[in-house]
Design a protein around this ligand. Structure first.
Ligand code: HGY
Ligand code: MN
Ligand code: MN
Length: 423
């Protein structure tokens, strides 16, 4: 990697139009807008399809080619001088059910802005540059998330996800078919195929950049995770006539199991991340003793050994604590921590520095599609600050200036990497 930005990289960064990017961010925020200022644009819903249609319209208005694969990953391609493996830039368009206006969609629109800037500046590249929007990164509707990036990268076959039942009872297979059928005019392409490299821009979803007063982070790594559910099974009965001593109350069993997991996940260094985000009760009636309580486990840590050791103890812990109810652990997905290749991290850091933007290196507590894409090609991420580190929250916010700065670094890095030889 040569020192300093090339003239093309500087020209690409200079051509980024921050106002255009901001107006597209606000237009997307209106799709699935919530009364509290957040968005609900969950994977493969009508809102997701509407957002895809709007982005497709913007791309076609610029004469750019739009295509979609069997996982509904959406691509906008700017051709290069030679038909080489593309440089991919992008993120995800789906949101949490009570999500913010920037998580994921910022990286997709910053990538689209890079393509528009290259068009405006008339800058040619040796290889194609493609914007990508990965399907179902969040996993809020269809658990485990990163469906599109895992199936594109070969981390897991798409078939593994098709029978997943969504929180609303819809099977992923049907929602996927409906989304693809809604855009019959978009060119189909094969799933996968590799890439020269991948760069994802994303809000930090943490407080460090804002606290340090920095504009950019070059992301060094992403912590690993274990996602699962526990089903506690009891005996339903009448809330008024059944003696307490005779009960097998599934909610009480789940509460004991969660208390046992809180003990298992205790960590004085506050590095472990353990969340029970969902609890479903059946039959969910105030005067029937609960028959079943199903709760989610989201467990994360930067060290695989800690993930392995603590996860291995979960099943015995919940079974013992839930008694006399039964407890079953349903494993959903796991991912080892990922480290981004040094040349890519360095390229992002150098681009920020050469553009006069203060930068630092940061690990990511959140998972991202880049974690899986890094299994298929050299990948990296850049973060921009977000207010108070808030994300997965309606008040999630990034300033127009920070959004523009991130897009400029993305443009410069993309141009540098597109022409670079990456091992
Ligand atoms: O949960 C995550 O880490 C990601 O933001 N979906
Ligand atoms: Mn995200
Ligand atoms: Mn998210």
């Amino acid at each position: 990697m040569s020192n300093g930005l090339s003239e093309q990289a500087r020209a690409a960064a200079a051509a980024v139009d921050g106002e255009r990017l901001w107006s597209r961010l606000m237009a997307m925020a209106a799709i699935g807008a919530r009364a509290d200022g957040g968005v609900c644009r969950q994977a493969l819903t009508r809102e997701d399809r509407d957002a895809r249609a709007v982005l497709t319209g913007w791309a076609r208005a610029r004469g750019l080619r739009v295509s979609v694969d069997a996982a509904a990953n959406l691509f906008v391609t700017r051709p290069g001088a030679r038909d080489l493996p593309p440089l991919l830039i992008g993120s995800h368009m789906d949101s949490q059910p009570a999500g913010g206006r920037f998580d994921g969609i910022y990286g997709v629109l910053a990538a689209f802005e890079v393509l528009e800037a290259l068009e405006d500046a008339g800058l040619g590249t040796g290889r194609p540059i493609e914007m990508v929007a990965w399907t179902n990164e969040e996993g809020g509707r269809f658990p485990c998330g990163c469906t599109g990036s895992m199936s594109w990268s070969g981390e897991a076959p798409l078939e593994n996800f098709l029978d997943v039942v969504g929180a609303d009872g819809v099977v992923l297979r049907d929602a996927l078919a409906e989304t693809l059928a809604a855009s019959p005019d978009i060119e189909r392409r094969g799933l996968g195929g590799g890439a020269h490299a991948y760069i994802e821009a994303h809000i930090e979803q943490g407080p460090v950049l804002e606290r340090e007063g920095l504009a950019i982070a070059a992301v060094t790594s992403i912590q690993g995770f274990r996602m699962s559910h526990v089903t506690v099974t009891g005996t339903p009965g009448h809330a008024g006539t059944t003696p307490m001593a005779a009960r097998r109350d599934a909610v009480q069993g789940a509460l004991r199991a969660i208390a046992a997991l809180n003990e298992l996940m205790a960590d004085p260094s506050d590095t472990v991340r353990f969340t029970v985000g969902c609890i479903d009760v059946e039959p969910n009636s105030p005067n029937t003793i609960p028959a079943r309580a199903r709760f989610s486990i989201d467990f994360r840590h930067p060290e695989e050994a800690v993930l392995e050791a603590r996860y291995a103890r979960i099943e015995a812990a919940v079974r013992a604590a839930a008694a006399p109810c039964d407890a079953d652990l349903e494993h959903e997905s796991s991912m080892s921590p990922g480290v981004f290749p040094a040349p890519v991290v360095a390229a992002i850091e150098a681009a920020a520095r050469d553009l006069g933007l203060p930068a630092m290196r940061l690990p990511s507590g959140a998972f991202h599609d880049a974690l899986f894409i890094a299994r298929a090609c050299p990948a990296g991420m850049l973060f921009i600050p977000c207010k108070a580190g808030l994300s997965h929250h309606p008040d999630e916010y990034a300033t127009p200036q920070d959004c523009e700065a991130g897009a400029r670094v993305l443009a410069a890095t993309a141009m540098q990497l597109a022409e670079a030889t990456l091992s």
